[in-house]
Every structure is written in structure tokens, then in C-alpha cells.
Design a binder for this molecule. Structure first.
Ligand SMILES: Cc1cc2nc3c(=O)[nH]c(=O)nc-3n(C[C@H](O)[C@H](O)[C@H](O)COP(=O)(O)O)c2cc1C
Length: 166
């Protein structure tokens, strides 16, 4: 719960590498997410190459913070062999959220950068990495040690809770 309440978005990263072990830990957390019918439609590209990191930072107007991150994770959904094809985005979102929470636990900063459903952003990622057409980029998560204290907002709003009626 602490990680959920305290987590903030990191948009500035220290010039400090993130180890493979930490990245493995984030991906373990991602793959612990529940998925519809246990269909696990995900793939993950771990990007450390500087040129690719820079290219990802140009994916959209909101992707700029990726530029200074030592690592970026690209989350992809694979539509092949799914029992519940309409659920893949929810599956990927659950995995993304697990990454953000585990990163907070490890003292790492992250940000959720949207790709799907923007066709131009999807095309751009497809141009950077070869992937089958059935595989669709979902989001990018830059990972690094935070260079500034992320702002931690409290979003609790009692007026959004309804009891036995809307
Ligand atoms: C589906 C989704 C897409 C998002 N896309 C972006 C994005 O492209 N760029 C960005 O800077 N932040 C993005 N965010 C982060 C949100 O802007 C941020 O979570 C929101 O403003 C609330 O702020 P907080 O997380 O600090 O509470 C995204 C978050 C979600 C859940």
C-alpha cells in the first residue's frame, strides 16, 4: 500500500545506471499481473541503447522525459492465440501498473507514456523494432533513479464512491 500511496511520476532521471537485476524484478512484477483467461498477451523490449532511447523520446509530444532515462521498457501486446482478444489492453495495463509499483518499491522512478491507441505512435515504434503485425506497442515506461522528488498527489475523492446505487 505504501508504494501505491507514495508513488509519483518521474520526469527527470539521474545519470545513474539501473542494473539488470532491477529490470528483471520489474518484469517479474509485470508478468505476475492477472490476465483474462490467463492469456498473458505481453512482450517487453528492454531498451538501453542510447540512440533507441532518443528515438523513443520522439514517439510523441509527451514522450520527452524518456530522453534522460538509462532504460526504457516498451510493452507490447500479441493478438495471436488469445481467448479474449478484446481484453489485451486491460492485461497490458495491469502489467504496466505492476511495473510502476515495483519500481517504487525498488526506489526507481518511472512514467507511463502512452502509445496505444495512437496510430502514429504505434507506427513509429514499429519502425524502430521489427515485430510481427499481430504485435502492437502499448506503452513505454522509462526507468531510472529520480533526479527530483516526484510530486505525489492524493487522488482520493469520496464523492466518486456510491453505495448500493449510483
Ligand atoms: C494510460 C496512461 C497514459 C499516460 N500517458 C502519459 C504520457 O504520454 N506522458 C506523460 O508524461 N504522462 C502520462 N501518463 C501519466 C499521467 O499523466 C499521470 O499519471 C497523471 O497526470 C496523474 O498524476 P500522478 O500519477 O502524479 O498522480 C499516463 C498515465 C496513464 C495511466
Amino acid at each position: 500500500m505504501d508504494e501505491i500511496m507514495k508513488r509519483g511520476n518521474t520526469r527527470k532521471f539521474k545519470d545513474q545506471p539501473v542494473g539488470d537485476e532491477e529490470i528483471q524484478q520489474l518484469l517479474r512484477a509485470a508478468m505476475q499481473a492477472r490476465t483474462a483467461g490467463n492469456q498473458t498477451p505481453w512482450h517487453f523490449i528492454v531498451v538501453r541503447n542510447e540512440a533507441l532511447i532518443k528515438a523513443l523520446a520522439h514517439n510523441s509530444m509527451t514522450a520527452g522525459p524518456i530522453r534522460k532515462a538509462p532504460v526504457a521498457l516498451v510493452l507490447l501486446g500479441d493478438s495471436r492465440g488469445l481467448t479474449f482478444p478484446e481484453s489485451w489492453t486491460m492485461d497490458l495495463a495491469a502489467a504496466a501498473e505492476n511495473i510502476l509499483i515495483e519500481a517504487e518499491h525498488l526506489g526507481l522512478g518511472t512514467l507511463w507514456i502512452s502509445v496505444y491507441p495512437h496510430e502514429d505512435r504505434i507506427r513509429h515504434i514499429r519502425s524502430l523494432f521489427e515485430m510481427p503485425l499481430e504485435v502492437t506497442p502499448f506503452c513505454i515506461i522509462p526507468v531510472g533513479y529520480p533526479a527530483d522528488r516526484p510530486i505525489r498527489l492524493n487522488h482520493f475523492d469520496a464523492s466518486r464512491i456510491h453505495y448500493d446505487a449510483f
